[in-house]
Design a protein around this ligand. Structure first.
Ligand SMILES: *[C@@H]1O[C@H](CO)[C@@H](O)[C@H](O)[C@H]1NC(C)=O
Ligand SMILES: *[C@@H]1O[C@H](CO)[C@@H](O)[C@H](O)[C@H]1NC(C)=O
Ligand SMILES: *[C@@H]1O[C@H](CO)[C@@H](O)[C@H](O)[C@H]1NC(C)=O
Ligand SMILES: *[C@@H]1O[C@H](CO)[C@@H](O)[C@H](O)[C@H]1NC(C)=O
Ligand SMILES: *[C@@H]1O[C@H](CO)[C@@H](O)[C@H](O)[C@H]1NC(C)=O
Length: 222
């Protein structure tokens, strides 16, 4: 019995020794993925302006860069936060490579262009705050894949098209603000099926028709 246990321990040890380098390599590779994505994102966010985001340089780990937050254990980017400063560029599709991202907050930073469809790759995303920019195009349908999303704030942009009808697939959504854009059409009644919703704003758009009965409980025009 004793020798059996010794044998078992020996094999467990062998497996550990054998697998450890692979785990380390995997971690380093995925961390590299985030660094490449951030560098590509910087290029777009700042429109290539060389003096923007000076802290995003090689002298320190990307987890220390301004506006970047990482998870302590895995060193993957979990939040990206800029507010009230001029970045002046676009949100690049490489944002979709930051697959550990939970908070994307780029508020009042002079962003233009469209919200990339790759946002749908961010399965862990909980907060999307792109308020007060100049984003145009439609609210990307791919957002429907972000099933953990709780807060979507897109107020004061130049978004067009109709209010998406797929919000009812987001059963964690508590806040949705699409006010002050160029949205047309009617408010879809399916929004009333999102029982988690606490705050909803569609005001200052070019919407028509009446407010669906299912929505009268919400604070519509804040
Ligand atoms: C983002 O991921 C895609 C698909 O995995 C890859 O082809 C692309 O090179 C990545 N982009 C960056 C900037 O890392
Ligand atoms: C790199 O970032 C550090 C930390 O923010 C900063 O002190 C340093 O001046 C930066 N280097 C360059 C060349 O911008
Ligand atoms: C950014 O500006 C808004 C509006 O003036 C303000 O409410 C908010 O507190 C500011 N945020 C920061 C981090 O300064
Ligand atoms: C949602 O994710 C699934 C699986 O990851 C993918 O096949 C599908 O194309 C995605 N849909 C959108 C709208 O991004
Ligand atoms: C709301 O959900 C109920 C129950 O799943 C469904 O029967 C109804 O069609 C939905 N309403 C809308 C407008 O999507």
């Amino acid at each position: 019995m004793k020798s059996f246990m010794t044998l078992l321990l020996y094999f467990a040890f062998q497996i550990l020794v054998y697998c450890m380098p692979f785990a380390t390599v995997a971690l380093t590779l995925s961390s590299k993925t985030d660094k490449l994505a951030l560098l590509a994102l910087k290029e777009k966010l700042t429109n290539g302006a060389p003096d923007s985001l000076p802290s995003w340089n090689e002298s320190q780990h990307f987890c220390e860069w301004q506006g970047v937050t990482c998870g302590r254990r895995h060193m993957r980017v979990t939040a990206l936060h800029f507010e009230n400063q001029t970045l002046g560029g676009t949100l690049g599709s490489s944002v979709g490579n930051l697959t550990f991202l939970r908070i994307l907050q780029l508020r009042n930073v002079n962003l233009y262009g469209e919200i990339p469809s790759q946002i749908g790759r961010l399965k862990r995303l909980q907060v999307l705050n792109l308020k007060n920019n100049n984003l145009h195009g439609e609210v990307p349908m791919e957002l429907t894949n972000c099933t953990n999303i709780k807060v979507i704030l897109l107020r004061s942009n130049r978004l067009s098209g109709r209010i998406p009808t797929w919000f009812d697939s987001m059963n964690q959504l508590t806040q949705l603000n699409l006010a002050a854009n160029n949205l047309v059409g009617t408010i879809p009644s399916s929004v009333g099926n999102v029982s988690s919703l606490q705050k909803l704003s569609f005001g200052e758009n070019r919407l028509e028709g009446s407010i669906p009965h299912s929505l009268v409980v919400y604070d519509l025009f804040v």
